[in-house]
Design a protein around this ligand. Structure first.
Ligand code: GKR
Ligand code: MG
Length: 450
């Protein structure tokens, strides 16, 4: 059943969440009666096709895994959430059932710690489902339940990966493959191989032309540092001086390499330098030596890392991610921290469906300090595979509008969900393992420091 926001508001006004009277005939002030009791938690592990994108850990396998969360309530409202993929997360979500069933979805902070002890990804999937259910019950958009919107449109960056062609013979002979993709017309996509500076400049231009991105993040730590430097110069040439550039070698570079390359790319319109090296001390050293703005989703990923970061000054921009940083509540708490530390915020991304896409938009719409364009893998999601109903969420001029419907503003496409679950059952993939495929593509590859 899909309803627009107006219909929901009509249905819920004084209805599902009708509040108790605050000034009854007897003058007695009653508390709110509303409760949204969780009656069932359904977990659906899924596998969606993933192109052979390269990174420091190797090459993306033929699928990316996610867990789709449906939280049923006594009001008949279902809240949707998305957690990271893999068997261990599925098992954790199954364990979460005994924690959440019978609880009030609106009071999810009461059981937050119990869920977090099972894993942050598990908490995130269920927290979003609770927020979605609560927002749907009140006929409001999710961001409106958590203090937003602070903006109606959220900017994203083009997330550019070196990659192999989708029909590379090694990919097509991957033992995990469980669908009918092939070569030529039957290939998963037509991006081709991108492993040179010129080919990456072409990929960047295609992202700009198709989605209007203004910010471009190069996933580094793949080719030699010099080739990646040349790639940034080729991108700057092709995209013009207004395009903002980022590079993220995921800590694969030695400090000396990061300083040398950093000084060269400082001539380009770099927005920031993301995790060229590992650890807060090394990041601080590179920041000091290059004068570049630095960002991370590696050396500050938990609240425990904040003390060191405030002391050592390794970054200017923190990439938050509700899937691991304590959900919406955790990410929102980082806003004032960022303000005090003079950081700005952006968002980290791993492969995800339209459910997490919508969640990321609502999150950005509820954090004033989240002013840098966010990362998203969404453009890499193969056409026709998203599990949300209708067309994928739209990226226009590099930005995405906050969905207008109640809750997250997206609903499940049951057929596509069933197909993605069937593929999960067919493939033997149960966790992400980029290294194995990479060693088959490039025998001798080790992923060591450069
Ligand atoms: O999806 O290959 C990828 C990315 O490299 C991802 O695994 C990283 O977590 O996006 C990430 C990042 O910014 O480091
Ligand atoms: Mg990163």
């Amino acid at each position: 059943m899909s309803m627009n926001r107006r219909e929901w508001l009509g249905m819920t006004a004084g209805g599902i969440l009708g509040l108790g009277s605050f000034g009854s005939a007897e003058g007695r002030v009653e508390g709110p009666k509303s409760r949204l009791t969780i009656t069932e938690l359904t977990i659906t592990p899924i596998a969606l096709p993933d192109p052979p994108l390269l990174n420091v850990a190797g090459c993306h396998g033929p699928y990316f895994l996610r867990n789709i969360v449906e939280l049923k309530t006594d009001a008949g409202i279902i809240g949707l959430g998305e957690a990271p993929g893999g068997q261990s997360v599925t098992a954790g979500l199954e364990k979460a059932r005994r924690i959440v069933v019978g609880q009030n979805a609106m009071a999810y902070r009461r059981f937050a710690h119990d869920l977090q002890s099972l894993g942050m990804g598990i908490y995130a999937g269920i927290e979003v489902a609770c927020l979605d259910a609560a927002a749907r019950a009140s006929g409001r958009r999710l961001c409106e339940m958590v203090g937003g919107p602070v903006r109606e449109s959220v900017e994203f960056a083009a997330y550019l990966f070196y990659r192999y062609a989708a029909d590379h013979p090694v990919i097509l002979s991957d033992p995990h493959l469980a669908d009918a993709r092939g070569s030529g017309e039957k290939a998963l996509d037509d991006w081709g191989e991108v492993r040179t500076p010129e080919a990456m400049a072409g990929e960047a231009a295609r992202f700009r032309d198709r989605w209007g991105f203004r910010v471009f993040k190069l996933k580094g730590g793949v080719l030699s540092p010099e080739a990646e430097r040349d790639t940034l110069f080729a991108m700057a040439d092709r995209l013009g001086s207004k395009a903002k550039l980022r590079i993220d070698p995921n800590g694969r570079w030695k400090t000396s390499t990061a300083i040398r390359i950093g000084k060269e790319i400082a001539k380009l319109p770099m927005e920031y330098y993301e995790d060229p090296v590992r650890g807060q001390e090394a990041m601080a050293e590179v920041r000091e030596a290059t004068g570049l703005k630095m960002s991370t989703n590696m050396c500050v990923t938990r609240f425990e890392h904040l003390a060191g970061a405030l002391r050592l000054h390794p970054i200017d921009v923190l990439l938050v991610d509700h899937h691991y940083f304590g959900g919406f509540a955790g990410c929102q708490a980082l806003g004032p921290v960022a303000r005090a530390a003079r950081w700005t915020l952006s968002q980290h991304s791993n492969n995800h469906t339209g459910i997490s896409m919508a969640a990321m938009i609502h999150l950005a719409a509820s954090i004033p300090e989240l002013t840098c364009a966010s990362d998203t893998h969404y453009p890499w999601l193969a056409e026709g595979f998203d599990v949300i109903e209708g067309n994928p969420l739209t990226i226009r001029d590099g930005s995405m509008a906050v969905p207008t419907g109640p809750g997250l503003g997206v609903t499940l496409d049951r057929d596509r969900l069933a197909r993605a679950h069937e593929v999960y059952n067919k493939t033997s993939m149960r966790r992400r393992d980029d290294a194995t495929l990479m060693k088959r593509l490039e025998p001798g590859w080790t992923g060591g420091l450069l």
